[in-house]
Design a protein around this ligand. Structure first.
Ligand code: DAH
Length: 342
């Protein structure tokens, strides 16, 4: 019987070494330790043994059982490790994939924020939002806007000329899109043109070589100065509050007649006069006027039947006034210490 027991143990150890599958291991264990298993079979005649002998055999049974159980536990552990490893080897890891940890989210540039806000305002008043080239022909940028090659107004808007491309400039304002818009869409027309412009500036806190403007154009039958004032007032109130007032003072721009400077009551002192408005109570915001007949004609519009107004303003100045920013160069600096404040 002792021999039989030793056989049971040997057989199990021999077999268990060959099995790596969990289910098969369990089955093997049942085969040996189960109620009808090999160990019980080997113990079948135990009852007939003498007491002394039975004690010895009993101890041996325990020893065999323990050995089987230990071997089984070890085999199970190895099997689960192996199955994990084989699963992992079937998996594919892209080491070039960006890490999934969260990155700080950026946000829109303050100029973009104000531009989008104004686009919403103007589209709510029936304006379309148009675009035009930043590298523009001399013709659209100047000549078609009633600024012929010898006109002194060209001096006010010195820009960057493109080497090897006669007659091409970086646009100095969004006004050339007045002509393009009229030609493209005809009349009646209600259009704004936000966009980047360029000037040959010696940069300082108030001057930058790259600037952002919004141009506005309305052309239809019977458009008057009153319409212009109404629109500018709506914009002023939207930007600086309902109590904002507007005033228009004569100013020369070659592409309008008459031309005006649009001013709003200083939002800081409400018109009393302060440092921001240089004690005047007013802030200059818009250039505007009734579109010059020559400009209408360049746009393919008959000044006998139609009239229109146009306005233009610098977005940077609006943002500077709104947030009290004192250096225009910060906008294009890409400096996060500045940008993160908005
Ligand atoms: N283009 C002018 C500038 O850049 C601004 C301007 C003035 C636009 C009068 C207009 C206007 O449409 O009517 O200084």
């Amino acid at each position: 019987m002792k021999e039989q027991l030793q056989h049971v143990k040997k057989d199990f150890l021999h077999l268990v070494a060959k099995v790596t599958d969990r289910d098969a291991l369990e089955q093997l264990k049942t085969e040996f330790l189960g109620r009808r298993g090999k160990l019980n079979a080997a113990m079948k005649d135990m009852a007939s043994l003498a007491q002394e002998e039975r004690k010895l055999v009993g101890a041996m049974v325990n020893e065999v059982k323990e050995a089987i159980e230990t071997a089984y536990a070890e085999a199970i552990e190895m099997a689960s490790k192996a199955s994990l490893a084989s699963k992992a080897s079937g998996e594919w890891i892209d080491v070039t994939q960006p890490e999934m940890t969260s990155h700080p989210k950026g946000h829109l540039h303050p100029i973009t924020q104000v531009r989008e806000d104004l686009e919403d305002l103007f589209t709510s008043m029936g304006f379309i939002v148009a675009d035009g080239p930043q590298m523009e022909s001399d013709f659209f940028n100047f000549t078609a806007l009633n600024i012929p090659p010898t006109h002194p107004a060209r001096d006010m808007q010195d820009t960057f000329y493109v080497k090897g491309h006669e007659g091409v400039v970086m646009r100095t304002h969004t006004s050339p899109v007045q002509i393009r818009g009229m030609r493209e869409y005809g009349v009646p027309l209600r259009m704004i043109v936000p966009g980047r412009c360029f000037r040959n500036e010696a940069t300082d806190v108030r001057h930058e070589h790259t600037l952002h403007q919004i141009e506005g154009v309305v052309v239809d039958r019977g458009i008057s100065f009153a319409h212009l004032k109404g629109v500018l007032e709506a914009v002023g109130k939207h930007l600086y509050g309902q109590e904002t007032k507007i005033r228009l003072r004569p100013k020369f721009y070659p592409f309008v007649e008459p031309g005006v400077n649009g001013e709003v009551t200083c939002y800081l002192c409400k018109g009393d006069g302060c440092r921001l408005c240089k004690k005047s109570g007013w802030l200059e915001v818009f250039g505007a006027g009734m579109i010059h007949p020559n400009v209408l004609r360049e746009g393919g519009v008959d000044p006998q039947t139609h009239s229109g107004f146009a306005f233009g303003f610098g977005l940077m100045r609006l943002v500077m006034l709104k947030y009290g920013i004192d250096d225009i160069r910060l906008f294009e600096s890409g400096d996060l210490r500045f940008l993160n404040q908005f």
